[in-house]
Design a protein around this ligand. Structure first.
Ligand code: NAD
Ligand code: DAU
Length: 341
């Protein structure tokens, strides 16, 4: 590996991965390709802006000409694909962009690899492709039963990755990460959304009974797992990346309020998300057995540090809560909050 293309590198996890790779591997060139949708944010890359082994290209992974130009100009030999439409609620309101980026975009990247002889492709996927599991833990060989347009699009992209390994012998790997949290996460996902709303003493719209379970993974752990798989993963293989931190949504919400010293009366139970997956849980047995990898972060400590980061970095998130964000907020929450218990 020499010239690594990180698509979606201006988003939450992609930018954490770029910051980590630029620092950890000064011998690699890290090139970001990002369309800069509402979720792409150049501020996330400020810490690496002046590093000699970092470059930025604005562009769409679903645009063949752009992708081929970037591959050729930067002599790309490795692709790590984070680029995606990533928010489940937005996929329910409007699935189109999800199919376009998460399926067609992945295909365009794979095809460019085939055409231009790029040997290594890592795809960042999600535990949501499995669907919901009432008890036990998903393993990599389990069937895919995605339930939201987001999850279905991610499953479609993943299957295309598989086809390029089986049919064309492209050295692909896939990681399926669980719910990731940490600094620089766009304030639509539940953790940064609730933290920033609570700072302003605004209501926290908790879907349904709040007893849904997510497996929380700190962003640094997620990035390190991708690094391990990128360097040591076997061609054609899929690896779960779980946080080993199952929590009910209501409990995560109460912890956030406790860390901010705010009242639980801010919690408003609102109409549920349609098709809401009740529980995600997956085993890290394969990553542990193959590479001795496990998440290393203590959940409560990391959540508290994350809350502190948002408290100290209002410059980063306040300006995001304007324009399109407010339109989305209105569509997603106005009626729900008006009818809240
Ligand atoms: P994000 O929404 O914060 O960032 C996505 C980035 O992709 C943005 O910078 C956006 O501008 C860019 N992008 C979108 N469409 C593009 C296109 N067509 N071409 C180029 N760039 C485009 O997402 P995130 O939370 O950082 O997630 C990154 C990846 O990790 C996604 O593939 C997601 O499915 C996966 N994932 C996320 C989580 C999580 O909890 N956030 C967990 C597991 C897996
Ligand atoms: O599991 C991995 C997935 O985690 C990633 O693939 C997705 O990109 C990422 O968005 C995330 O999906 P979720 O739907 O689990 O995350 P979200 O933050 O939207 O919601 C977490 C839980 O909180 C979920 O059960 C829904 C609930 N929730 C969310 C929001 C935004 C609420 O109760 N109220 C809210 O306003």
């Amino acid at each position: 590996m020499k010239n690594i293309l990180v698509t979606g590198g201006a988003g939450f996890i992609g930018s954490a991965f770029v910051r980590y790779m630029v620092e950890t591997y000064p011998e690699y060139n890290i090139i970001v390709l990002d369309k800069m949708t509402y979720a792409g944010n150049i501020d996330n890359l400020l810490p690496v802006h002046d590093e000699p082994n970092y470059r930025f290209e604005k562009g769409d992974i679903a645009d063949e000409q752009t992708v081929e130009r970037v591959f050729l100009e930067h002599h790309i030999d490795t692709v790590v694909n984070f680029a995606a439409e990533s928010h489940v609620d937005r996929s329910i309101l409007n699935p189109h962009a999800f199919v376009q980026t998460d399926v067609v975009g992945v295909y365009i990247l794979l095809e460019a690899c085939r055409k231009l002889g790029v040997q290594r492709f890592h795809h960042v996927s999600t535990d949501e492709v499995y669907g919901s599991i009432p008890k036990g833990f998903f393993k990599e060989g389990d069937p895919l039963e995605p339930n939201s347009p987001y999850a279905a699009s991610k499953a479609g992209g993943e299957l295309m990755v598989r086809a390029y390994w089986v049919t064309y012998g492209l050295h692909t790997t896939v990681t399926r990460g669980s719910n990731t949290f940490g600094p620089y996460q766009y304030p639509e996902k539940v953790a940064p959304f609730f933290i920033t709303e609570a700072i302003d003493n605004r209501p926290l719209p908790l879907y349904g009974d709040g007893m849904q379970v997510r497996d929380w993974l700190y962003v640094d752990d997620h990035c390190k797992a991708i690094d391990v798989v990128l360097h040591r993963g076997e061609a054609g293989e899929i690896y779960n990346v779980g946080g080993e931190n199952e929590r009910h949504n209501i409990d995560v919400t109460k912890l956030i309020l406790q860390y901010l010293g705010k009242s639980e009366s801010l919690i408003k139970h609102v109409a549920d998300r349609p098709g809401h997956d009740r529980r995600y849980a997956l085993t890290n047995d394969k990553l542990r057995a193959d590479f001795d990898w496990a998440p290393s972060t203590h959940f409560e400590t990391a959540l508290q540090a994350t809350v502190t980061w948002y408290v100290k970095n209002e410059w980063w998130w306040r300006k995001l809560k304007s324009g399109e964000y407010l339109e989305y907020y209105k569509k997603q929450y106005a009626e729900r909050l008006a009818n809240a218990d």
